[in-house]
Design a protein around this ligand. Structure first.
Ligand code: DGL
Length: 274
């Protein structure tokens, strides 16, 4: 048993898709969430910069004595999975493998679509891991760089015309390839899933990486015997590196309940100094 919190990070709001599911699956656990809103979007950054952000975010969360770290970010997960030197000495998961495994379970015709940030698609990470799991599958990939700024700026309501237009522009070609399963390879994308679904069609199974990763975290905690024992009240602390108030407002809307505490500010400069 281990009552220490679980640390989760993303470039912004996207990792809340993992947090929401984690809080539902693991009500005894506490969490420390860090949204790096001062440096979002990550998707246009170089692998070298993204590796540094990953190191800094992990170090920041480790100050809160977390027992495990979840990179609830497709971009960071992709970059780390392609880095031969990445070999964490603490319990860790990204979103890549849980999402890829779920897609391979879901596909019936062996045609899987993957959408993600430019850095994720450029890395080829999802494609590689899908082929390891299911060698004969066909993978169709598309970068959707405008989706993250749309989500971070709150373009989330049903049938928002801007989001609908961008989704149609990015995804019409992918829909024409007729995948039966689509990995929303960036954790921000489930927040605009209705717009994505309208272009892809109802027959396509959408894979939410945050949700799949939450199930993987549950399995990891049990396997290592480090679940919380329920003797302490669980809570969640939120940190962001800019715009804490906006972050709190959108986060509460997405989580469907007020946050237990105000979002705390972490200065970006402090992340690299620590
Ligand atoms: N949620 C991040 C991901 O899963 C967004 C990256 C970005 O900020 O561009 O890739």
């Amino acid at each position: 048993m281990d009552n220490r919190p679980i640390g989760i990070f993303d470039s912004g709001l996207g990792g809340l898709t993992a947090l929401k599911e984690l809080r539902r699956l693991l009500p005894n656990e506490s969490f420390v969430y860090f949204g790096d809103t001062g440096r979002v979007p990550y998707g246009a950054r170089s692998p070298q910069t993204l590796r540094r952000f990953a190191r800094e975010n992990i170090r920041f969360l480790q100050h809160y004595d977390v027992k495990m770290i979840v990179a609830a970010c497709g971009t960071i997960s992709s970059i780390l999975s392609e880095d031969p030197a990445w070999d964490p000495t603490f319990p860790f998961t990204g979103v890549l493998r849980p999402a890829a495994e779920a897609a391979c379970r879901a596909t019936r015709c062996g045609r899987i679509g993957v959408i993600g940030t430019s850095a994720t698609i450029r890395s080829g990470s999802y494609e590689r891991i899908i082929r390891q799991i299911m060698p004969n599958v066909q993978v169709f990939s598309r970068a959707c760089p405008l989706f993250v700024p749309l989500v971070e700026n709150g373009y989330l309501e049903e049938q928002n015309p801007v989001t609908e237009l961008v989704a149609r522009d990015y995804l019409s070609g992918l829909a024409a390839e007729r995948p039966d399963t689509l990995i929303l390879g960036c954790t921000h994308y489930p927040l605009i899933a209705p717009a994505i679904r309208r272009v892809m069609g109802d027959g396509v199974t959408l894979i939410d990486p945050g949700k799949e990763t939450a199930a993987a975290v549950q399995a990891m905690l049990s396997a290592r015997g480090i679940c919380a024992d329920g003797s302490q009240t669980s809570d969640t602390r939120y940190f962001a590196s800019a715009d804490t108030e906006d972050f709190g407002t959108i986060a509460a809307r997405f989580l469907g309940e007020p946050l237990e505490s105000a979002v705390e500010l972490v200065e970006v400069d402090a992340l690299s100094r620590e």
